[in-house]
Design a protein. Structure first.
Length: 211
């Protein structure tokens, strides 16, 4: 079984970029677990199925192909909002956690990022990071990301959505978003992408050396 690096945090905190950089640095496999929820939501939307039927959503979740996750397609804002709605469903989470755990066993190692990797999916991971940033900074990043793609975006609306999503993720009964007790906290609010990567790699190097 390979080494697991678990990276958690709220939306737009920078964990996705960091995770991809860390995976590349160590030549590990990478899985953005948020895309598994987005893929499930997209499958429901494409099939014209409701987003509030847990039984149907869980069936779709069990059929998600982790090798076919297209970040460009799944990054659509509407899909993200739909994914946040089904992510609170316990049976959906169970189905996707099973698939994520299977992925984490790949050799020589894996980097998984999400919201419950260090607490639920891979609680025994030797390296755990909790990447965060202020809601204002995260909303600004999301706004800039949407505008950069040529789409229209309203900062105030995005800020409200960030706070709503935080509340939903942190207050759900199943696998709420929170740092694992042994996670290293990394606040990227005032960090460049490179500075955040160097800080994360230093934490990871030290944790692997001591594991």
């Amino acid at each position: 079984m390979g080494i697991v690096i678990a990276i958690d945090g709220p939306a737009a905190a920078g964990k996705g970029t960091l995770s991809r950089q860390i995976a590349e640095a160590y030549h590990f496999h990478h899985l953005d677990t948020g895309l598994t929820y987005r893929a499930t939501a997209k499958a429901l939307i494409d099939a014209g199925l409701p987003l509030d039927d847990e039984t149907v959503a869980a069936k779709m979740a069990a059929e998600v192909d982790l090798s076919g996750l297209d970040r460009d397609v799944l990054s659509a804002h509407a899909i993200g909002e739909a994914a946040s709605r089904i992510a609170v469903m316990p049976s959906v989470r169970r189905a996707l956690v099973d698939a994520q755990r299977a992925f984490s066993r790949k050799e020589p190692g894996t980097v998984l990022d999400g919201r419950d990797i260090g607490t639920v999916v891979c609680p025994d991971a030797p390296v755990k990071l909790y990447v965060t940033a202020s809601p204002e900074i995260r909303a600004r990043r999301r706004h800039e990301e949407i505008v950069a793609k040529g789409d229209n975006a309203d900062y105030e609306a995005i800020f409200a959505e960030v706070k709503t999503r935080d509340d939903r993720d942190m207050s759900r009964s199943d696998s709420p978003l929170k740092p694992a007790p042994d996670a290293h906290l990394l606040d990227t609010s005032e960090m460049s992408i490179e500075a955040a990567f160097q800080a994360a790699k230093a934490i990871t190097d030290a944790a692997l050396k001591n594991s």
